[in-house]
Design a protein around this ligand. Structure first.
Ligand code: ME8
Length: 679
């Protein structure tokens, strides 16, 4: 028996009523990055994904295709598995809810729950949304339609089994209380309590008689198990719960409870209310965490087949490679928040981060090794390192800590941002250490130290990129010839002699630079039509009060509040409170500052905002030296769209007052905590 610590991560099981899109790839790539990170840091990992194959929607799709459900499903399952292979998804198990190992256990536990009195037979009257497989009360409908997807709902009355949710409410609230990290991000917990639990948790309908494609209730086979009880139990049946095979039972004992269920925010309710209650009824321990990430939106709102705005990940993988897509998905949008997919953002990331920063670092290093040292990593002399060398090596040694800290909190974007700080520092080191000049002046001792430092920085970066990308680390490792020991995760702590004497192979650029205009046009054509400009109200609006707390849509036009009337200051129009409230201001502390190359006015700042460190590029270099800014408390606009200034990403703006030549930072007393909200 292994004594390693275990880690169990799941994705939702996706509906195979259609092919999947990049929204599904998003969750799966995130789960893969987490699974890879945990494996690299020594855990015994179980990574589960799969498909949710029952229900009316699947039955209808199969009928439409003129096929039997299983025949219809097989084509899509093959497609999904191929997609995961193309994205290098390292799942350990794939569950299909039509598998016998799942269905027999669901049937058995349903009977047990009837016997226990947790499930009872009654009549259901209410509104049913077929695409969402959800029942709604009259009061929950919005304009008579489904509050989630805004489609038509059907009034239904039929005999159904119900799960006695109310019995477990107090136990659930107590569990939340004792496990404050169970629902992440934190804001979702209040949403669950205020919008679903406090108004009175309804008993849940857990069977249907109006369609037959599902798991039949053993003692009353005209009923099929309503999808959520069937679907959620996949997380235990897939790893051996209820199995009669001893090795499967052992797997269940080893991995349950799950460490984290990754889900999109629209199904957090099922995972944080119904799932824990089902488990309580079964007397099983509850998962440690449910993490609800945000949606990847298109300019015209949420992706959906019926809108025709979905993107097939295969199109992107074929054109840019899987690493580029994996990187983009994890880097561009902070996990937990919504983000809009645009071809422009994708191409900019690929050009700036991958081609200019990372690809260029490797390419120029290899070229210089060949030019100045015959393609062999030199053995550096034992001369004391210069402050420049130490600056790089200290940053490299500390980057693993930042990456680990962020990954533990599922902050994929910030983990990548920490790696990119090192990538950029390494590129800057090359510019500053200027190996070509050392070669020209014949300073072999320094040249060897510098070349060696460059390679070590790349080694650390490549190790740390393994959770996120798969082809790049494999290729670069082979190119630089690092041993298992040199390439172990923990070896990213050292910045030492892991590479000396290695022969480095020349290769073409790994990430080519792309022509943005050409690519946007090509992507538009390939994704089946114009990626439309958003209408001003194009994003999904908060619907019933149950979603309002998390999907705040700020009014920016049209209300009387916002009409442009003049203020008392001549020439300045007044704005409404809504417009002002749309700007998020926070207190930040400048923790580092450096000049931006070839830009006299720009400084690149790292600003501590309490929960994160943001990079902001500010046009204040004429007014302050970098050193004079360290430790200053400033006010930061934190919800500006990121921009690139001279190729450096800026994620916010700091406020300053100016009068003629004079410029002063807007500041607060030094004891004001970082991250404080400014109103
Ligand atoms: O809900 N942005 O399946 P599903 C981000 N079978 N993530 C997205 C997304 C988007 N635009 N679109 C989809 C189901 N997802 C049930 C789950 S689990 C026991 C049963 C991802 O095919 C996200 O993870 O509708 C979301 O929760 C999931 O796909 C929904 O997949």
């Amino acid at each position: 028996m292994t004594s390693k610590q275990t880690f169990y991560v799941t994705t939702p099981i996706y509906y195979p009523s259609n092919k999947l899109h990049i929204g599904h790839a998003y969750t799966t790539v995130a789960a893969d990055a987490l699974a890879r990170y945990k494996r690299l840091s020594g855990f015994d990992v179980m990574f589960l994904t799969g498909t949710d194959e029952h229900g009316q929607k699947i039955q209808a799709s199969a009928e439409q295709a003129g096929q039997e459900p299983l025949e219809f499903l097989q084509g899509i399952i093959d497609w999904i598995m191929q997609l995961w292979e193309r994205l290098d998804i390292s799942y350990d198990r794939f569950i299909r809810t039509t598998e016998i190992r799942h269905t027999v256990v669901v049937q058995a536990l349903f009977e047990r729950l009837i016997r226990q009195g947790d499930i009872y037979l009654s009549d259901y009257e209410g509104w049913y949304c077929t695409p969402c497989e959800s029942f709604w009360l009259e009061r929950e409908l919005v304009d008579g339609k489904c509050p989630d997807c805004h489609r038509e709902v059907e009034f239904t009355k039929e005999e159904s089994y119900f799960f006695r949710m109310s019995k477990y409410v107090d136990q659930l609230l107590e569990f939340y209380e004792q496990h404050p990290d169970f629902i992440q991000p934190e804001s979702r917990k209040q949403e669950m309590i205020n919008n679903f639990i406090k108004p009175g948790l309804q008993d849940l309908c857990v069977s249907r008689t109006s369609f037959h494609w599902g798991i039949h209730v053993k003692s009353n086979p005209k009923h099929v198990v309503y999808v959520w009880l069937d679907a959620l139990t996949n997380y235990i049946t897939a790893i051996g719960y209820g199995s009669d095979k001893p090795e499967e039972q052992a797997t269940f004992e080893q991995f349950w409870p799950a460490n984290v269920h990754l889900v999109g925010k629209e199904i957090v309710r099922f995972h944080t209310i119904y799932w824990p209650i089902f488990l309580m009824a079964l007397g099983l321990p509850l998962p440690h965490k449910v993490y609800a990430h945000g949606w990847l939106l298109m300019k015209d709102g949420k992706m959906s087949k019926s809108k025709g705005n979905v993107i097939d990940p295969n199109v992107l993988i074929e054109r840019y490679g899987r690493d580029a897509i994996r990187y983009f998905l994890l880097r561009d949008v902070p996990f937990g928040q919504d983000g809009v997919f645009t071809p422009e953002a994708l191409i900019e990331r690929l050009n700036f981060d991958l081609a200019n920063d990372l690809g260029n670092l490797v390419h120029r290093t290899v070229a210089m090794l060949h030019k100045f040292s015959g393609g062999v990593v030199p053995n550096p002399s034992e001369e004391a390192p210069s402050p420049l060398d130490e600056d790089l090596s200290n940053l490299a040694r500390s980057t693993i800590h930042a990456v680990e800290e962020h990954l533990e909190k599922l902050e994929f974007s910030m983990a990548l941002s920490a790696i990119w700080t090192l990538v950029r520092r390494a590129n800057k080191y090359i510019d500053e250490a200027a190996p070509w000049a050392l070669h020209r002046t014949g300073d072999e001792v320094r040249l060897h130290i510098v070349l060696h430092q460059m390679v070590e920085a790349i080694r650390v970066i490549t190790i740390l990129l393994q959770p996120f990308m798969t082809d790049f680390p494999r290729a670069v490792r082979a190119q630089f010839g690092w041993s298992d020991e040199a390439f172990a995760w923990a070896a990213a702590h050292d910045f030492a002699l892991h590479s000396r004497g290695n022969t480095v192979v020349e290769a073409g650029p790994i990430f080519p630079r792309l022509d943005i205009k050409e690519e946007v046009e090509a992507l538009t054509a390939l994704t089946g039509g114009p990626l439309k400009e958003a209408p001003s109200d194009g994003e999904p609006k908060p619907t019933a009060n149950r979603t309002a707390s998390t999907e705040v849509v700020k009014e920016t036009s049209g209300s009387a509040n916002n009409a442009a009337v003049s203020s008392d200051i001549p020439g300045i129009a007044t704005i409404g409170m809504d417009t002002f409230a749309a700007v998020e201001l926070r207190v930040g502390e400048i923790v580092s500052a450096a000049k931006v190359e070839k830009a006299d006015k720009l400084l690149q700042l790292q600003v501590h905002l309490g929960s994160e460190i943001r990079q902001v590029v500010s046009g204040i270099a004429k007014h302050f030296t970098p050193e004079a800014l360290i430790g200053r408390k400033v006010i930061v606009v934190v919800n500006l769209k990121p921009v690139k200034l001279r190729g450096v990403e800026s994620n916010g703006m700091i406020l300053a007052a100016s009068e003629g030549e004079r410029l002063e930072l807007v500041t607060v007393p030094s004891d004001m905590p970082n991250g404080s909200v400014v109103r």
